[in-house]
Design a binder for this molecule. Structure first.
Ligand SMILES: Nc1ncnc2c1ncn2[C@@H]1O[C@H](COP(=O)(O)OP(=O)(O)OP(=O)(O)O)[C@@H](O)[C@H]1O
Length: 310
C-alpha cells in the first residue's frame, strides 16, 4: 500500500509537485498520467527514497519514505525512466549482481533468476551480453532487476517509453502477470490509453497538481465539465433549437455539419435534469427522432486539458 500525504517538492522557487495526496491500495494498479514535466518522475523519486520532499511525506507499506528509507527500499522495486546497464555483464550475471546488492542469498538468486527471466521472456537471452539486447529487451531486463528481491510494491516510471507497438504489448502482458501476483503497482506514462486499459485507478497530474483521480468513469466526469447531447428531430429544427436554448442547463446548441436534422447540445445538468428535459421536449411536441449522449473519449479530454503542455 502507498499513502502520499500533502507531498510538495520545490526546486528553488519552482514548485514541481504541489500538495499531492493519494492512496494506492494493496494489490491495485495505479496509473499516473501527465504530460512531460508534470511531476511524475519527481513523485516517483521521492517514493523511491532518492529525493527528499520539501514538505509532506509518503508511506510505503507503513514505512515513512523520509524517516525509514532502508525499510522502504526493501519493500519497493523501482524502475527509473532512464537507467544504465552494465554492458560487460551477461543477462543472468546482471541479475545476479543486483540480487547480491540487495542481499538476496546465492541459493535464492539461483532459484529466482530463471523465474524472472521466464516472466520477462528473456530465458533465451540469459547468456547474451546486456549490451547486445534490443531496447525492449533492456526495458524488460530492468523490470526483472526491480523484482529481484521480490518486493510487494513496484514503482515503474514510463516502462513502455520508446518501445515499438509489439514490445509495448509484451510489456502490458508482463504487467498483467505482475498484477495477477497481487503486487501493488504505480506506473507512469504520458500516453493515457496505454494506462487506462491496464490500471484499476488513474491519477492525472498537470503542473504538479493532481487534477483528477479515480477509475476511468470518475476521471471522465471530473474532467468533463459539460456533456454533449445528440438530438435529432424529424422537422422544425429551428423550433427545436429555440426550445433547447431556453433551458437553463444548456450552454450551447449547434447544428451538425453534415446531418441537417441533428443538433449538438452542450449540457451541464444532472442525469435527472436530462430526463426532465426529454419529457418536457415531448410535451412541447418537439418531434424527437433520437436523443443520446456523446460517448466522450478519455484521451480527447486529456489532450484538451493538457494542450500546449508538451
Ligand atoms: N533537479 C531539478 N531542478 C530543477 N527543476 C527540476 C529538477 N528536476 C525536475 N525539475 C522540473 O520539475 C518539473 C517536473 O519534472 P518531472 O521530471 O517530475 O516531470 P515528469 O512528469 O516526470 O516529466 P517527463 O514525462 O518529461 O519525465 C519539470 O518542470 C522539471 O523541469
Amino acid at each position: 500500500m502507498i499513502e502520499i500525504i500533502n507531498l510538495t517538492k520545490k526546486y528553488g522557487s519552482f514548485t514541481a509537485l504541489n500538495n499531492l495526496n493519494l492512496t494506492i491500495e494493496k494489490g491495485s494498479v495505479f496509473g499516473f498520467v501527465g504530460p512531460n514535466g508534470a511531476g511524475k518522475t519527481t513523485t516517483f523519486s521521492i517514493l523511491a527514497t532518492l529525493l527528499a520532499p520539501t514538505s509532506g511525506t509518503a508511506y510505503v507499506n507503513g514505512y515513512d519514505v523520509t524517516k525509514d528509507p532502508k525499510q522502504v527500499r526493501k519493500h519497493i522495486g523501482y524502475m527509473p525512466d532512464f537507467f544504465g546497464v552494465y554492458d560487460q555483464f551477461k543477462v543472468h550475471e546482471y541479475l545476479d549482481f543486483y540480487g547480491a546488492s540487495y542481499g538476496v542469498p546465492s541459493k535464492e538468486r539461483q532459484a529466482i533468476i530463471p523465474q524472472l527471466l521466464e516472466l520477462v521472456n528473456l530465458t533465451d537471452k540469459k547468456d547474451s551480453y546486456v549490451d547486445l539486447l534490443s531496447r525492449g529487451m533492456k526495458q524488460r531486463l530492468c523490470l526483472a532487476r526491480s523484482l529481484i528481491h521480490d518486493p510487494e510494491v513496484l514503482i515503474l516510471d514510463e516502462p513502455a517509453s520508446g518501445l515499438d507497438p509489439r514490445a509495448r504489448i509484451e510489456m502490458r502482458g508482463i504487467l498483467q502477470e505482475l498484477k495477477n501476483m497481487e503486487k501493488t503497482i504505480i506506473i507512469s506514462s504520458h500516453i493515457l490509453p496505454e494506462l487506462s486499459e491496464m490500471c484499476d485507478y488513474l491519477g492525472i497530474i498537470e503542473h504538479g497538481n493532481l487534477i483528477a483521480s479515480g477509475n476511468v468513469n470518475q476521471i471522465q466526469s471530473q474532467l468533463q465539465a459539460n456533456k454533449i447531447l445528440f438530438v435529432s428531430v424529424k422537422q422544425d429544427i429551428d423550433n427545436a433549437i429555440a426550445f433547447f436554448e431556453n433551458d437553463l442547463n444548456v450552454q450551447l446548441v449547434e447544428r451538425d455539419d453534415k446531418d441537417e436534422q441533428l443538433l449538438h447540445v452542450s449540457y451541464e445538468g444532472s442525469d435527472d435534469d436530462q430526463v426532465q428535459l426529454l419529457k418536457k421536449a415531448i410535451t412541447k411536441d418537439i418531434p424527437i427522432l433520437t436523443f443520446s449522449q456523446k460517448q466522450s473519449n478519455l484521451e480527447d479530454i486529456f489532450m484538451e486539458i493538457t494542450k500546449g503542455e508538451e
